[in-house]
Design a protein around this ligand. Sequence first.
Ligand code: ATP
Length: 678
Amino acid sequence: MPLLSFNSLRTAKAILPTELLAYSFHTSSSLYAKGALKPRGTSRTRLAKDLKPRKPFGPGKAASLDVAPRKTFQRDPVPHSEAKDIYGAIEKSREFRKTRQESRERREQGSWRGESSRRGSWDKPRDGDSGPRIPSSLRLSPREPYKQPRKPRKPAVEVTDEFSRSSLQTVPTNPDARFTSPPLMEGLLRSVNEILGEDAAPTPIQELSLKNLFSRPEGEWTQHLLASETGSGKSLAYMLPMLHDLKTTELAHGGNITEGTPSDGKKRLYNPRAIVLAPTHELSRQLSKTAKALLHNIKMRTICASDANKQLRQGLTNHKVSAAKMSTQYATMSNDTSGPAQFQDKTRSIDVLVSTPNKLLEMVRGHGWNWAPAKAAQEGEKNTFVVGEPEVGLQRVEWVVIDEADVMFDPDFLEETQALLADIAAARGQPVPAPVSDAATPATYNYPFNLVLTSATIPNSLASYLDNHHPNLVRLASPNLHKLPATLKMEHAAWTGGNRVADIEHKIQHIWWQDKQSGKRRPSKVLVFCNKSTAVESLGKDLEEKGVKNIALTSTAEVRKKGNSHHLSGFLLEPLEPRPSEANQNKVSSKEEASETEEEAPNVLITTSLLSRGLDFHPKINNVLIIDPPRNMIDFLHRAGRTGRAGKRGTVIVFGKAKGRGSEVHKELKTKVRALRH
Ligand SMILES: Nc1ncnc2c1ncn2[C@@H]1O[C@H](COP(=O)(O)OP(=O)(O)OP(=O)(O)O)[C@@H](O)[C@H]1O
């Protein structure tokens, strides 16, 4: 036990011999260390003990500890004066509350202030009001309720600067609308039911066309634009009124409309009554097949004049094809439904001609028409180049459809499209002014035939072209124009940073693994879009090496030169192929399964935007992979629109960098894609 507590050390020092004091101190310290004693005293004194160097211990050496004199605790003086002020303030506030209460009571009793304030007449108290007047300088305007300051809104993503919706007419959709006869003629209705099924209902753009294009004023030519999202049935929207009108006119002429003679007096091989122009051979063939499927009940004829994708315009080769040879060529790919086509038989006429503008111009003006001047300049006086005989007469043309109008009026195609339209107008005896690019007032075109333009996207350039040159054009648009189809699912896939081919292969394998998990008996078809032909070719090769069979299709691919679309079979939907229902859209018929297994048909198609326009891909293409960032949102809409067509489901997977340099492009794309959703 310590003899003295540390607190009383100063007192003890005064009365005890030094040795005893030192001993007692030492004893108590060691006992503390052993934990036998609990430390006593304040923390301050304990701290002093720990910090002070211990004095050498031994007889004769007294511990002299300097302990700082303890300060007596002094409470801070109470700020009475301030406290008074505070109390005063409280008092004041009580008084204030009291006054306020009184004034409220007065107001409730209808005294001066309440009455007048309720009437909003603070300045002019009523007669008899006895309350004090408040000088106007002190009056406060009635307090505005507090509003949380609004966060400045993020500006909407400017995808709209690429598109135009100016003066487009839409129609509210009618769920009860059906294809009926009338307005459709019996035969056409039967064909529609064969293609789409008995219960098919018109899509919004078809509703618009049924309403507007069937009721054409007698003897007047009309101009229409049909604009609606991808896969919304624009082909039927223009074909039905066009074919109906052609057949009605034919019947009105006793079933025989003369071929007519062109102004130069020379007969032509083909004298179509309707022309459908499309930007690619593949689309031309598909549209021609659709027309064929619609026409076979009403016995009219159609032909696709889009022959092999020959490299005709690559050089000034002396490439001469006789008319007879060309006829044979066309015969092989004719869609004439009333028996095998015999185009050598010049008495037979056609009703609908589907073509690319280049090919048609060649047939209208003669093969090699565009080479002739250059060839003449090259050969001088010895010029032996002979332009081919024109084969298509335009004097009977009553309808012209320009599919994918935004492409056909863009600088790549504009010249040829305009030249064709002008040729048709001239052949029908009403020439239109030649286009002048820098004319002060743009020429307006009123053609002597019905003109229909269709597109899933209306870029501003097309809108202003139409404003300038086609002021009378009626613009019909579906409510979801410039939106992604609602059935389309968007996914963003990040490059892992290493081998991109491995990432793509992994994604494709994952899709097929999911197919297996969901019970599909065959892997689904996948469509891959790249920006450049070189990328298509190298990806095709790399995937092939990894065991993924594919078709890599570029504009110059050999298979395209065959003049048919067999290389796309299995990927494109044939017009009369039974449409799979939503429930079984991924199932395959046993026949299809057997045949495709035998062939081991590739399930991946790699291409550029070449195949992004208009082609009706099979609903079993559930996945579209967009490998390179699309050049603009118009391009994106068309690529994405190859799946999720006609209300079927589809997924678009966009690859991009998730972080680091270059990731902004993908982020921007993501934001823009979000703006295209419903
Ligand atoms: N009313 C309808 N009901 C169900 N399916 C339809 C209907 N009309 C058309 N279809 C089908 O929808 C698919 C897409 O049609 P189409 O190719 O005409 O679309 P589109 O609007 O021209 O597309 P894109 O803009 O891509 O060219 C076709 O398979 C067609 O048979």
